[in-house]
Each structure stands twice: as structure tokens, then as C-alpha cells.
Ligand binder design. Sequence first.
Ligand SMILES: [Zn+2]
Ligand SMILES: [Zn+2]
Length: 347
Amino acid sequence: MDAVVYRAYGEQPVVEHVAEPACPADGVVVQVAATGVCRSDWHAWQGHDPVPLPMVPGHELAGTLAEVGPDVAGWSVGDRVTVPFVVACGRCAWCAAGEHQVCPDQQQPGFTYAGSWAERVVVPAAATNLVRVPDDLGLDAAAALGCRFATSYRALRAHGDLRAGQHLAVHGCGGVGLSAVMIGVALGASVVATDLDPAAREAARALGAEVVDPAGVPVADAVRDLTGGGAHVSVDAVGSAATAAASVRSLRRRGRHVQVGLLLGEHAAPPLPMDVVVAQELAVLGSHGMSAADYPAMLALVAAGTLDPAALVTRRIGLAEAPAALAALGTPGAAGPGITVVVPGRS
Ligand SMILES: [Zn+2]
Ligand SMILES: [Zn+2]
């Protein structure tokens, strides 16, 4: 089958013929219909988040089952599925408690094993990780659910406890930030969003956010002005020392910062204003995806039309265009606003 492969960090990936993946007894092989282009793939390719080499990127995927392992019950070839980017083991105490997103024995396609920028990809522990995609949800929109959309949803619902009428600040308007804007607006919050890229700010505005140009003023001051003293919930959807600190400083007293953007390399241990955290009793929380078991509540909002992940998918490309799309993630604004998906079946 065809797959995008890189053999060294930062070296241009290429489309190659690779061996068909072997179906595990407890897992499945998914025929990939669509797979997202995400900054996490770029971080891995740059070596910020070490992965075994060579590697096939891709961790946001949806498709149909091509093969079902002999120990898997309740799933058949042809079923439409997606999967969280944290593929949990299904056997440990954390998984038993429903906390699959922090499973210590987790795997991640595109990071710990060959990912979904390929015609087919393996998903182990199918009973724990497969999510059925409703018939009326397109597989390209479903691909966006596995990482950025689900992570934003859990960040705002489970961690932020965001309520109607509250203020939400979103720092960074890439795929995860725009997902947070859409979900915040749907939950009835007033959303303020910021991004260096004017096109990303415009996309956030189109989804219902008020926007701040970070070139003009200190972002945290602008957010506090626009929100009558600070946001109830603020999300760093970039993952940098500057945006993490700005997010914490955007909060009102008792506010909740949720770190969604990965903090890697030189940004791994950012200096946060812990004096303000203590004096104003702020909460600093991390969000790392969402377990398959928590998808039905989110999918119900999609079915009701409250959430529309399809609106975030702005570009569809073939496998041959994927290497350039990966490289473009290193230049702010170069990838264009919204979510790009790779459609391996497209020539
Ligand atoms: Zn992702
Ligand atoms: Zn586990």
C-alpha cells in the first residue's frame, strides 16, 4: 500500500510502497478515508517529540473497517469508524476507570507505530478504542474529531466546566483553537480569540468570536478589558511559553486555564505566573484527548447540529501533497486557516 514515510527528523517525507499492516487479534485494520494534518505530526517530524524511525505520520483518522481481528466482537468489515489519538490498552487500572486518555500503556498512530497517512492503518484494542461514526457525519469531518475537536471539547466541558453566559478566551486559532471557539459559542459562552495570523482571526470571527490582534496590545490585558475583568476559562491552543502565560493572565479570579497545545522542546517547562495563580485561586489544567467512551455525548451535539466539525475542514489533499502540507506547519499562516485533511484515495 502507499504511505507517507520519513526516515530522519526534518528530512522531507516521501510517498512509498510499504508492507500491508498486520491485523492484531484484538484489533482492526482501518481503510483510511480521511486523516488530519496536525501540528503534533510536525512536532514529531521535527524531533521535538521523539518517535521510532522510519515513521508514517497521522493520528487523526476516520474510515471503514478493512479487517477485523478474531478476538473482536461487535464490529464488521465496512463499519464506519474513528478513533481517539490516544489508543488505550484497555487492560490497565486507568482504562478500567474510564481514563483512557492517560493510559500509561497507550499507543498513538503516527508516534508509537505507523500512522494514518497511508491507505490502511492498524487500531489495536478495538473494543476500547473504536468509535462508530453516524451515517450522516462525513468521514472527513469525523477525522477531525479524534484529536483537535475532541481535545477541545473535553478541555471546555470536563476541565473548564464552561457554562452559558461565561467568558472564554482562546489563544491560537489553528484547528484546535477554532474547535474551541465553535464549542464555546455552542455552549453559550462569549468567546474572545487571538492569533498572529489575520486569516485565522477572521475564521474565528466567522465562528462567532470577538478577536484580538496580538500585535497591537498585550493579549491578556485586551482579554481582561473585553471580558469585564478576565475570562472564566482560557485555553492555550498553541503550546508555547508566551501563549501559556498569556492564557493564565487572561483569567478572572477563580478562573481555569486549560493547556491543550502540546508544550515540547524549549517550551516544555514554561514559566507561569504562579503568584497570580495563588493570589487569585486560578486552576491550571492539562487536557490530553478524550476516551472513546466519552464520544457519544459529543456526537449527539453534532447530530443535533449544535456542533459542526465539517465547517472546520477547509482543504482536502491527496497523499502526494501531504509532505508539503506537513512542512507548511513550520511557518505560521502558511497552512491556511481551518483543518486540512489528507484523503488517501484521492489521486
Ligand atoms: Zn492532532
Ligand atoms: Zn490502559
